[in-house]
Write a protein that binds this ligand. Sequence first.
Ligand SMILES: Nc1ncnc2c1ncn2[C@@H]1O[C@H](COP(=O)(O)OP(=O)(O)OP(=O)(O)O)[C@@H](O)[C@H]1O
Length: 863
Amino acid sequence: MDDGLVLNLASDDVAQSKGGQSKKGGRWTDRLKAKRVAKRKTRPETTTRPVEHDETSQTAEHRPAKRARKEASDEHDQERAAAPAHRPSQVISSLFTSNPKIEQPSPHAAHNPNAKPSNAPLDSSTFSGLGLDPLIVAHLANKLHIEKPTSIQRAVLPALLPTLEDPASRDVFIQSQTGSGKTLSFLLPILQDLLPLSSLSWIDRSVGTLAIIIAPTRELAKQISDVLEALLKLRLRSQDESAEDAAPRLTRWLVSGLLTGGENRTHEKARLRKGVPILVSTPGRLLDHLQNTSSFNVGKCRWLVLDEADRLMELGFEETIQGILRGLDGRRKLALQAVEEGKSLEAGGWDWSRRRRTILCSATIREDVQKLAGTTLTNPIVIKAIADSSDADNEAIVPATQNFTPPSQLSQKYVIVPLKLRLVTLVALLRSLLAQSQSRKGTKIIVFLSCTDSVDFHWNLLGGTKMGDDDDEDDDDEDDDDEDDDDEDDDDEDDDDEDDDDEGAESGTSSEVEKEKGDGRSEGDASETDESQPQTPKQPAKKKPPKEKVEVKSSLLPDTSIYRLHGSLPLQTRLASLKGFSANPSSSKTPIPPNAILLCTSVASRGLDLPLVRAVIQYDLPTEAGATEYVHRVGRTARAGKGGEAWSFVAPSETEWVKWVQARMQGDAQGVKEGEDSVSLDGVSMESVLRKGFGGKGSEYEERATEVQLSFERWVLRNKQNAEIARKAFLSHMRAYATHPSDEKHIFHIRHLHLGHLAKAFALREAPTAVTSKNAKASKIKGKHKGSASRSATADAKPKRKRARGGGASDDEQDVAEAEKRMEQVVRAQGRLTKKGGKMVSSGTSEFQIAGGYDLERLVNRT
Ligand SMILES: Nc1ncnc2c1ncn2[C@@H]1O[C@H](COP(=O)(O)OP(=O)(O)OP(=O)(O)O)[C@@H](O)[C@H]1O
């Protein structure tokens, strides 16, 4: 199959071409090979290539000669330098020289490929045996193909399924591994509890809301709502009814509803008025309706679920949740009072003595989660289900442990990559992962990045870069293509538009709406324009502003759609990205279902169940929530017993992170014990990743990587807009990096970063104006990175530090430290301020991960 990828990875089938004759058409790698062969032929035999002083000296003789860094005087010079006519001989991007020495990872294989999945369904147990209604059991098996419970379901169902003696016993705290089936573990008992109400003659949806599930993000709420709908769609008939009977579904009144900030509040109010027995919501919107929608009937609410409680706390929803609890209690009291006073129009037969039951799900039992549990749960049972990986079938719920570990079947790897080589190594890794699974198309990979701007940059870069001779094709064409794509998107999303427009016209004061709009879009951004500028009726119909594009393709990653997800995208784009990325390949209309890559911030780390994710790449390690966030992110793969790979990119200055994260997953600051599969990471050498990704003999991969890097740099130089995207991404990434908490600063510190090298990872040829702000000292730092050897921040600080020993810190040191401190304060303050009385004041701490650089830059610079 000739899809480019195979060709690129073939060992050495160099395309034949005559010397000096440029080869047109075909794959970029073929053309590159042809050029290289031609170049070799014209090179005098006696030419000796200077051997660079480099840590990878075993490959140095194959490496292209290092050239003095060419400092183009202006953009045009730089563009000329990168022009295709000179490309083969003008390697101005010396990726493989002057990198820090890297310790080769030890060959010890941490992952046991035979490890039994720790989150898989258990053969030894059945849903019927746990007391689940046979109708539900049958529906699970026939429609959802779920036959056996997972370990958490086995532990939770007996505790939550209502019994005749005690229909509403204790509250429950659930802690379990990622992908272990928590959603069904609380949805099934709720369904089983509400189902018997179907036999009440008066029951219909006007009974109001009987169960509420709160999730921290819209995506997660939507996902839970989808699972719920799938359950409720099941035709639950009584046993004596045949399928032919025209009898109504038992669940006809059991309607589910979704409340999130992106929708029209009037529509939501209308639905609440009709009645929504099971409601899934984000916290801000729920509180809003509790406070402002009089027809919201929640007096009889029996179940309250707080999913991803630790994330709810991180996002600053504590006060909102307290407000929700007060709202629910208040409305219950009023409803009861009305019944007692005979004022209620409610039909009789309701068991008002039954208390509301609360379930709290959390990955960790941190202090803030314990506090939340203290205020929301009464006499709770704590259920932690971690299957004994030595024998999953004879699974025992291992005794309480604070550890939050990835599933045992997950293969965790890390690769130490010098900053300059990050971008090309990412491409190589993606290519090799896609190539490995070529036999089964439809491979999905998630890549986590540090911030919104970085996601946008990488998405645009991959979508805009072309290899080889195509590279400088008419740029105008590209714009035309974009418009066409946008038009298509418009058609797809026309229906969704209505809601958004209404939302903008109506008010948009809900927390989620503000959060959506307020977390980092620059002025004039397409999404902002879309929602906030209603057209006046008298004006002639303007052409609709183009919608955010959802998918791009890259010639470097054949047959692959690339999506992005972050909190600054409009809701419809976010949902469309998720839909595109998670489309089931088996239901694809195309003969070859495409692979898919999702570039995202931490917004996608929690709870999202995206089917068939083969690998998770943490290109940027988490800046918040340390090992917990790491485990959440890797948990997007290896779900419900399936396999998966997790890759972490580690900078040479961050190598200590590997031991650090392993120790934290194990809950042992001293180190990792032998045989702890799910807490150990395997080191893989960068060379092997590059070689697998770019192919070729010996060190040919270096030339190919260099060619790829050059094409990225050319994209940045192509126009001002691209350069701005790259610059913004670099600066935002720096700011995100500065927010690593103080106990991680020994590993992640801006001072350890070589800014000039880091710039290469953003396809920039030098570091843009540094993060340290408006004053001249910022440009001092920039100035220091200009020139042939842009030194690291550490190197810059050295001479000053010597002086500083004599008395106080140097100016530069103080500037950097102050800027970081200020940034941290701003971000932390944001987190604290996030939710005040249910109103979004500012975006939350974790929102830094998804906030745009523009606003943060303004915040830091106090402009
Ligand atoms: N008993 C089961 N058998 C097979 N698959 C199951 C079972 N229970 C759940 N699943 C599937 O497992 C996947 C993960 O479930 P779910 O999203 O509920 O996990 P989770 O524990 O909430 O994960 P996370 O902590 O990452 O949010 C889903 O695709 C779900 O359909």
